[in-house]
Design a protein around this ligand. Structure first.
Ligand code: AN7
Length: 361
């Protein structure tokens, strides 16, 4: 059940190839792909037991995409459509993952890529990616929301192609994750959990689930459960946050572009949105690594922290089938990992006895 192409042996060729019928592409679209998608859906019973739950939890490990986040699903669409229009320059504002994906797909499409990042507030691995893929990397002395405002203004000149999720084809690509979850589970989940920043992904997932239901592939829709970081929780608090702050820099966003889409997903699915503290995020981040060997970035762990809240509040009926998006890989953010692990390497002399002493033998 866990692979989408189990019996045919056909080679996986990315989300546009796999879900073409559901996407706004035609024969005239030059597909720019890095074979994104088909990420594993991993059942994590150890974690569920550790948090005192009695349900199935399946993690969609989007950190195993080509640039190590879910953004590749939207970016294959955005860059393919940009190529179809003959665009030369793609641009985005980013807390790090969108810029990594844009830079990689633009490189493959032989386009120039410009990324605007909040200076000093992006995880080290993401910065390394933008630089390595060769994007023109601009650190703006401001936050993500300010960088996105500049990108919108540049988009209006018509000289650059904006590949933020205000570009509607990004959402189209990202909805394929819902299709995969249903294909892998052989049904729809009862709940879907995910972290919320700019709110593109919750919008995309909800669209994906609805489309699969409309085409008869699933017989019910999940409830959408989203979680923001307490220091940047505009949707939960009901107002933009001027100076958002959180250890989960990926979701350090004060004025989400897809706010309406999130509201719609929450309302239509009878869902739920809440906020979690940085401490809760870091606890969940460490717990999922230690219980099930899954290393995600702090933003991804926000929805696991949210699940812990929900278990305590008795919101999850026994026997439920839950899926959750692990949006980015833990290696993106080595600084937070090393700080959160709680211990450092044991430095020893180069002999067997010294090592045995550390092991306690
Ligand atoms: C790991 O890369 O906004 O609610 O510029 O990188 O769809 O924004 C990243 C967002 C969750 C939130 N988890 O998703 C960017 C950016 C990770 C992320 C989110 C992001 P949205």
């Amino acid at each position: 059940m866990n692979s989408i192409l189990p019996s045919t042996g056909e080679r996986w060729r990315g989300v546009i190839h796999a879900y073409r019928a559901h996407l706004p592409v035609s024969d005239a679209t030059p597909v720019v792909s890095l074979n994104e998608g088909n990420t594993p859906l991993i059942r994590v019973d150890n974690f569920v037991k550790a948090i005192g739950g009695e349900f199935e939890l399946w993690l969609k490990f989007e950190g195993l995409n080509p640039t190590c986040s879910f953004k590749d699903r939207g970016m294959t669409m955005a860059v393919s459509k940009a190529a179809e229009r003959g665009a030369q320059i793609v641009i985005c504002a980013s807390t790090g993952n969108t810029s990594a994906a844009a830079a990689a797909y633009a490189a493959r499409a032989k386009m120039k890529c410009v990324v605007l990042l909040p200076n000093g507030k992006i995880a080290l691995g993401k910065l390394a990616q933008a630089l390595m893929y060769g994007a023109t990397t601009i650190a703006v002395q401001g936050n993500f929301d300010e960088a996105l405002r500049i990108v919108r203004e540049l988009g209006e000149t018509g000289k650059v192609e904006v590949v933020n999720s205000i570009n509607p084809v990004r959402i189209e690509g990202q909805k394929t994750a819902s299709f995969e979850i249903c294909d892998q589970l052989g049904r729809a989940p009862d709940f879907h959990f995910l972290p919320v920043g700019n709110a593109g992904n919750i919008t995309a997932y909800w669209r994906g689930f609805k489309e699969y239901k409309a085409s008869g592939k699933i017989d019910h829709l999940p409830k959408m459960f989203g979680f923001q970081a307490a220091g940047s929780a505009p949707i939960v608090d009901g107002a933009p946050v001027e100076n958002p702050n959180t250890v989960a820099t990926a979701i350090r966003i004060g004025n989400p572009a897809s706010w309406e889409g999130a509201n719609c997903a929450l309302k239509e699915s009878n869902g739920f949105i809440d906020k979690v503290t940085d401490e809760e995020i870091l606890d969940a981040y460490k717990l999922i690594a230690r219980t099930d060997g899954i290393f995600v970035e702090p933003a991804s762990a926000a929805c696991l922290a949210g699940l812990i809240h929900c278990v305590k509040a008795g919101k999850i009926p026994m026997g439920s089938v839950i899926s959750a998006t692990m949006t980015g890989h833990g290696l993106k953010d080595p600084d937070n990992a090393i700080k959160t692990a709680g211990f450092e390497p044991f430095v020893v002399e180069a002999n067997k006895e010294a090592v045995m002493k550390v092991i306690g033998l």
